[in-house]
Design a protein around this ligand. Sequence first.
Ligand SMILES: [Ca+2]
Ligand SMILES: [Ca+2]
Ligand SMILES: [Ca+2]
Ligand SMILES: [Ca+2]
Ligand SMILES: [Zn+2]
Length: 328
Amino acid sequence: MTRLSRYFALGALLLIAGCNEEPSPTAQSPSAPVSLAKRKVINTGGSAAVLLQRTNAVLAARGSKYRVDHAEWVTRGDADEAGQIVFANDRGNKQLDFQFVPNDPRRGEGTEISYLVDQSDGATHTGTPLTNAQTEAAIGREMNTWETTTTCSNFPIIKVADPGADPDIMDGIVFNDPSLIGTPFADITHAGWYPAEFFDALAPDGSQLILGVTFTFFLSDDGINPTDINHDGKGDAAFRETYYNDAFEWGIDTDNSTAIDVETVALHESGHGLSQAHFGKVFGTLSNLRLHLAPDAVMNAAVTTQKHSLLGSDNAGHCSIWGNWPNQ
Ligand SMILES: [Ca+2]
Ligand SMILES: [Ca+2]
Ligand SMILES: [Ca+2]
Ligand SMILES: [Ca+2]
Ligand SMILES: [Zn+2]
């Protein structure tokens, strides 16, 4: 079966299952991990805003000191939609940026930025599968790219070893399972590869569009507004989580025409992890039904060619955020 027809088939199955609260097993991504494939997904009506609001209700009920602000996702350049940013709360034109605070005691002090790879969800299952070792190595390379090839910042980006305990929370919300609501151990968590259902909770046909999504969580005293303990006019970031779509085929050092290149997408998502937003304009071209993005950047809202290096605007965006961070 070709890649395209497989997605149409998957889409048709999801359509059939759409009115059934508990889809039949045949509607699940056939190769998804069994433990996740059997799980019931909350009904968001395909709305990320609904998901985010539900998330904050759950966090409030648990007495958490953090809330989710927004989700940012990236699509493929041959999708008919570009990536989006969706907010939990409509703050009107007062939408805030969120940035980490250096030496924030609530994040354990220090001026390094930490990341973690959830090794139990690092394998892929569509097409030629990848092992966790392969995806974790690609993530290590792109984190190193952010650490070593950006100008005007020189802080360490350190890897926290996977402790074995559940390091991510958003899967617990999507699968409506408190036992999957873990504890963040790093500033940036690469939460792993998740089945189609996870991405269909974000957008209609999300599993056919979204390659990866990053959620931004902020620290809050009142459960609504972010704190700003360093008075920089930016909400204080708590942590971020990135999820990758296992319904696509993934590869190592691929050109994104068939298998999606892990390092390219992870480099983009870690840009969000490091507080950058999408960059550039998106143009639709009717002649070939492809998106065009300009200027070309890792932080474009859609993924086209393989990118293992940062481009000018990616570095400039990084500098605008991290230029005043205490360097070591
Ligand atoms: Ca794990
Ligand atoms: Ca989890
Ligand atoms: Ca995970
Ligand atoms: Ca702040
Ligand atoms: Zn993005």
